[in-house]
Design a protein around this ligand. Structure first.
Ligand SMILES: Cc1cc2nc3c(=O)[nH]c(=O)nc-3n(C[C@H](O)[C@H](O)[C@H](O)COP(=O)(O)O)c2cc1C
Length: 373
């Protein structure tokens, strides 16, 4: 006799939840998944990364553009942004309540994160049929994107937005195809941005020296570790409750209760962490330093744009990438890296490794409602 598998039998509680879901669908529509904390992690991640939904009304399109903007890379997955919808414009504001005072005391990475979101927004806006004019945060403390209706320009970079991820696993060491490397080397840059690409093993070992130094300094720093632990999500329940932060499985680590995760992270020996990252860098096909000739808000936003453009380009070529920013986050080591890779006056802003690997679980995002003013 066929028996229904036990996981398919709905409990009374599940049934009530299901009825609640149906009720919300009937009245409200798409907010339902985002507000449904009992959903599984993968369902939530799929929902966050669902394809762009075209709509004929400008206000609905603006919300979709904001959802795509918020899929961008951002430091510790703090999602340090707030968006304002204006007539024919979207503003991206910093959310200083989500800053990282220990690892990012000058809000440099916060503004880079806003630049990543800006690049996604511009790429999605072009594909949805708008040309754009950007006002950078020189005087004001926010970015403004003016939208002008035009013909739609879909692109492989637009398709890559929901697929891009920071892939923290070991890679397979295979060199990146030379035509793809050429494409990266000729990536259109923003004013004052500089790119340095290292693919030979000697150059990677040079970069590794500074990654090691960064790790040894950060993992001996209690304030750095406390901040990291605050943003770590040690299990699905924590990740789904906050829809932000660093979920352990996205870094290839197992789940567990917070009390245990906290002890393990706080007792990581600096050399242990350096060894793990050395293996990861050596498994990669190359590394890239993104630098800028100035060190102010606009330069940081433009750095974020260059990074996200590069990440979307790599994603479209099935190349994976991950940050190793430790040497840039530690004062003193940043300047050593700057001269070791021959950057002249340009200051390193981001360090990225790249290569081939399988995808990892995706990180979550807060719903548009939570990131609007
Ligand atoms: C400015 C900036 C700095 C980052 N630094 C690191 C880092 O040092 N190490 C790391 O593993 N990820 C780093 N990340 C990646 C974020 O943790 C990642 O983008 C975020 O968790 C969201 O995940 P996703 O990119 O896979 O969507 C950084 C991202 C940005 C924008």
């Amino acid at each position: 006799m066929n028996k229904t598998p036990s996981h398919l039998i709905l409990s009374r509680r599940d049934l009530l939840k299901l009825l609640a879901v149906v009720g919300v669908t009937a009245t409200g529509g798409y907010v339902l998944y985002e507000d449904a904390p009992w959903l599984g992690y993968d369902q939530q991640a799929n929902y966050n990364h669902r394809p762009f939904e075209k709509d004929s009304t400008l206000s609905a399109q603006m919300r979709e553009l904001i959802r795509f903007a918020a899929l961008a890379a951002n430091a510790h997955n703090t999602q340090p942004w707030k968006f304002a919808i204006q007539e024919n414009a979207i503003e991206i504001h910093p959310d200083y309540a989500r800053r990282l005072p220990s690892v990012d005391p000058n809000d440099r990475e916060l503004w880079i994160s806003l630049g990543c979101a800006l690049e996604n927004l511009l790429t999605a806006a072009r594909a949805a049929g708008y040309t754009t004019e950007v006002t950078y945060p020189d005087a004001a403390d926010f970015i403004r994107v003016h939208l002008i209706a035009d013909t739609a320009q879909p692109s492989p970079l637009f398709d890559a937005i929901p697929l891009r991820q920071n892939t923290r696993s070991e890679y397979n060491r295979q060199p990146v195809k030379s035509n793809n490397l050429d494409q990266l080397q000729t990536l259109p840059l923003e004013p004052n941005a500089v790119l340095r690409l290292a693919t030979n093993r000697d150059d990677l070992e040079t970069v590794l020296e500074y990654v090691n130094q960064g790790n040894l300094s950060q993992y001996a720093d209690k304030a750095f570790l406390d901040e990291l632990i605050y943003w770590l999500r040690f299990n699905k329940k924590e990740a789904l409750a906050s829809l932000d932060g660093l979920y352990t499985r996205c870094s290839g680590n197992p789940e567990g209760p917070r009390w245990l995760g906290q002890i393990l992270v706080a007792s990581t020996k600096p050399q242990q962490q350096a060894d793990v990252d050395a293996k990861k860098l050596r498994s990669s096909s190359g590394a890239i330093v993104i630098a800028a000739e100035s060190d102010n808000k606009t330069a940081w936003v433009r750095t974020g744009q260059v990074y996200e453009r590069m990440a979307l380009t790599m994603t479209s070529l099935d190349i994976k990438l991950a940050f190793l920013n430790q040497p840039i986050e530690v004062a003193g080591v940043r300047e050593q890296l700057q001269s070791a890779v021959g950057l002249g006056n340009a200051l390193p802003q981001l360090l990225v490794r790249f290569g081939y690997a399988d995808a990892m679980p995706r990180s979550l995002r807060r719903p548009v409602e939570q990131v609007l003013f």
